[in-house]
Design a binder for this molecule. Sequence first.
Ligand code: PRX
Length: 637
Amino acid sequence: MKDKHHHHVDYDAEFINPSKDVVKQALIKDYDKIYKRSVEDREGFWAEEAKKLTWFKKWDKVLDDSKKPFYKWFTGGKFNIIANAIDRHLKNWRRNKLAIIWEGEPGDVKTMSYHALNREVSKFANVLKSMGVHKGEVVTIYMPQIPELPIAMLACAKIGAIHSVIYGGFSAEALAGRIEDAKSRTLITADGGFRRGNITDLKGIANEAMRRSATIEVCIVVKRTAQDVHMQGDRDFWYHDLMALPIANPKCETEVMDAEDPLFILYTSGTTGKPKGLMHSHGGYAVYTSTTHKYVFDIKDEDRWWCAADPGWITGHSYLVYSPLINGATLMMYEGAPNHPYPNRWWSMVEKYGITILYTSPTAIRGLMRFGESWPNRHDLTSLRLLGSVGEPINPEAWKWYHRVIGGGKCPIMDTWWQTETGGFVITPLPITALKPGSATKPFFGHEVAIVDEQGNQVADGEEGKLVLQAPWPGMARSIWGDPDRFKETYWKDYEKQGWYKAGDAARKDKDGYFWIIGRIDDVIKVSGYRLGTAEIESALITHYAVSESAVVGLPHEIKGNAIHCYVILRAGMTGNKALEEELKEHVSRELGPIAKPEHIEFVDSLPKTRSGKIMRRVLKARALGQDVGDISTLEE
Ligand code: PRX
């Protein structure tokens, strides 16, 4: 069952059982029983979870599947995620509980109780209203990891505006494209942020983006670094100036929304063309993220939860901001790099704040593992009870290091498989699950998951196939912003007859029913857990004067999981050399953002194409890896 690609994975590995202590505390004691119930009576299961939240008006129908694949959940219900993430905690002792502990990269610290968070969010919600932001409009947020970022998201949600957070590592071009797609009038940004000891130029990039896309009328700027930035008099306002005005009243009614009203859009890379804005709703998303968070990470009132993701990605939306607040937890947020100023930065924060649950990516683990055990060993990490992993497959070496060195051998690792589209965890262990390093184990409640071939037949145990989700769930994306046809086409067309969701991942299921994710089967590359489209990188390359054509593939990389390799055909008369390689790498980094900077550029004379002219990236990849190129009967010559 072992292949070249996954020679480290051991499908027959021995189970690693959770410690008695963890099991004793676990909220869920019997997975099989609850799982069975949850798929036999899916609507009943989700209704029961939904009842634990606060509704302005109860729903009429749990699931409306009359317009498949545009499923609706809790229709007729009146709801706002803020009534749950903030308002309800103000009515009990949690009012004075810490909601957020934040540490900046330079070492500055801010903490906020639920009471204080409510005041900030309400004040900013009133500011937004006074700037003309209304229910249903898209507000773009482009910020470093500072408390004002969740505050801005929550303020939008409170007044019914739809937020669109763009990761702070994206370029002006990427930002402009997303602003334009959403026809966003309002942008919230900062002068800059601190990263690896450097200051980022967020406002400069935002200015450039606003020059390229003309829809922004109001730009609100948080002062974080106090560097000099250009402010345009009639458009740009300082956040602290607005928050000091009488209009920034700390009392603001939470808008009553329909359960299905959009909460946010989040752009993510797809197979072809421009990134798509996945849309998530208030009601179903709140129910799904809070339920998955609570059961998978066994959230208790005394927990200190640290999701070390940037709010600019779905992990940050679902598990840094929304679900921990809905569950009334204390969350940790950190602005900067894990190894700044030294590789013990994270471990020192775990110790300092008494973090009980840490959720991060395999890339971060591998990156920190590289510095050796002496760094974590300097710190008392015994506050930790559970660990988590997300974003890409975790190789057993990294898993075991994380388990032994960080978790002291007593913290189970929740390897959660999910996507921007799913809103929350889909395949994941629970604290009671017997683990196999490298496997995301089993489906969460309410899910039916299968590994199938092109026709939809289940493949045999141990065989590689396509991962499909066979039943709807409340946290599923509702559509693609402005392009419902693309939503249908991308996720639902391949298994239209069966009505299944195609995840775009290849996976295996072993004889014990455990799932092993292999990776993307489409033209999406996960680089350091970031999701990038080959099409985006290729279009960025093509805008360079020297490039005539290009093809991009992801090849295995020890730390990043995958790295970007570009094959480039130059225009006539151009010569490929080291200098041009560097220039093209810089060009892509400028066009898309530093996360998309290619690892390697190779100049070629031709690219393998099908007779209809489609580039066969699969062939390029196989060749680069020295593997059999497989079926090339459709190859041009
Ligand atoms: O390939 C899978 C991988 O990340 C993809 C989704 O990327 P994105 O929408 O950016 O969301 C990432 C955070 C949820 C998936 O199609 N992926 C995510 N989690 C895992 C994973 N691959 C293996 N194991 C995981 N735990």
